[in-house]
Design a protein around this ligand. Structure first.
Ligand code: PMP
Length: 407
């Protein structure tokens, strides 16, 4: 395909010109973090060069401009996920921070001993550990939805787990290690039937899939901008207003208060109640441009192009003897994980790196998933909108070379 014009998209990403050991960079580590287009980089330096100021408190020109840009991004995020209200968008340091916020604030206030939290086998550590910490503190029970060998959730088992004891269901929308897109709408409906709240980890889904928190009727949604062509160290938590209103602050400090005396402090309203301290202003400001970039290309165009890349790569790696694809769900984002018989993923990565090809290897922060699958880790190539068929051909060539050297 020639959607819309990959050569011109590539020109938007300065880093793609990097040469690694004499070889043109081939960047296939997009599930870890995507590269940033020029407009995002310009927005970052533009902020620091022209209107760097602390927000919300100042009444001078720069402070007002910075505050305006910061709040513009909130409204832009609201539109990106189709949230009903902009104050339902809380700026955080990313998905990990968003999940911890829910566990520590909602979890601490509303969960008690014996209550159950359901996660799944394919969760990232950031959607496991915060719940384990909560369980340890409150005496709650963590239950885990099993998967089949293709890397799909066993929905029958999930249904059997649900009961009046279930208080939170927290699952990944699309898996970073396998690519699996989970049937989240169904998961949410079933959880709501027993009165449980649902959090979706959207770290991977957000750059590939349309997000509509109202259509999903999801209670909480967490994502990171650095996976959507935006800056590192910032993300959002979406939460339904009535839930966020009922939740206590997560961190104390400036900005999150209405009035402070030594006797008693009253808290600010949403969203500021959850945004203590000086936030990551520059990155929040620049994030808007990443979302604009994605929407200008069109998420459906991106998804269609990426699934063509995934299909091409999947068919090509199948030709490599001894290679096994890890994660063969029917519905996948553009993540291709695999193992090759007799070869350690670390060695594969070193040989590919010598060709300038960046892939990710290891457990992908999903150690329990790796043990379920009986492997130590995988080699993972994950595709973004600027990747090309020619780059996939280089990867395949690199894998054949690795096979020859190590096989
Ligand atoms: N969940 C998933 C599925 C992820 O892929 C990641 C990032 N690898 C995270 C959570 C954590 O995101 P962050 O490190 O940006 O907080």
């Amino acid at each position: 395909t020639n959607f819309p014009d990959i050569a011109s998209i590539r020109k938007d990403f300065p880093i793609l010109n990097e040469v690694i050991g004499g070889k043109q960079l081939v960047y296939f580590d997009n599930a870890a973090t995507t590269q940033k287009p020029r407009i995002v980089l310009d927005a970052l330096s533009g902020y620091y060069e022209h209107y760097n100021a602390n927000i919300h408190r100042g009444i001078h020109h720069l402070a007002e401009k910075a505050t305006g840009a910061f709040e513009d991004t909130r409204r832009r995020m609201q539109k990106f996920i189709n949230a009903p209200l902009s104050e339902e968008v809380i700026f955080t340091y990313g998905t990990t921070d968003s999940i911890n916020l829910v566990a520590q604030s909602y979890g601490r206030k509303f969960l008690k001993e014996g209550d159950e939290i359901i996660i799944s086998t394919m969760e990232h550590h950031s959607n496991i550990v915060p719940w384990q910490m909560l369980c340890e503190e409150k005496g709650c029970v963590l239950r885990v939805i099993p998967i089949n060998d293709e890397g799909e959730l066993l929905m029958d088992e999930y249904e059997k787990m649900l009961s009046g004891k279930t208080k939170i269901v927290s699952v990944v929308h699309a898996s970073n290690a396998l690519g699996t897109i989970n049937p989240v709408s169904d998961i949410i409906k079933k959880a709501h039937k027993v009165g449980a709240k649902v959090l979706l980890d959207g770290a991977q889904a957000s750059s590939h899939l349309f997000l509509d928190v109202q259509a999903l009727d999801v209670d909480f949604y967490a994502l990171s901008l650095h996976k959507i062509y935006g800056p590192t160290g910032m993300g959002i938590l979406y939460g339904k207003k009535e839930l966020l209103d009922a939740m206590p602050p997560y961190r104390g400090g400036g900005e999150m208060i209405k009035e402070v005396t030594f006797e008693k402090t009253t808290y600010n309203e949403l969203p500021y109640k959850f945004e203590a301290g000086t936030p990551n202003i520059a990155d929040v400001v620049a994030a808007k441009y990443a979302l604009d970039y994605v929407d200008t290309l069109g998420k459906d165009n991106i998804a269609k192009y990426e699934s063509e890349l995934l299909k091409y790569a999947t068919d090509a790696v199948r030709e490599i003897p001894g290679l096994k694809i890890i994660g063969q769900a029917k519905d996948k984002v553009s993540v291709l994980s695999f193992v090759i018989e007799g070869m350690h993923h670390q060695d594969i990565a070193v040989i590919l790196d010598n060709q300038g090809i960046a892939v990710r290897t290891g457990h992908h922060c999903t150690q329990p998933l790796m043990s379920r699958l009986g492997i130590l880790g995988t080699t993972r190539a994950s595709f973004a909108v600027y990747n090309t068929i020619e780059e996939i051909d280089s990867l395949i060539k690199g894998l054949h070379k690795a096979k020859k050297m190590l096989g």
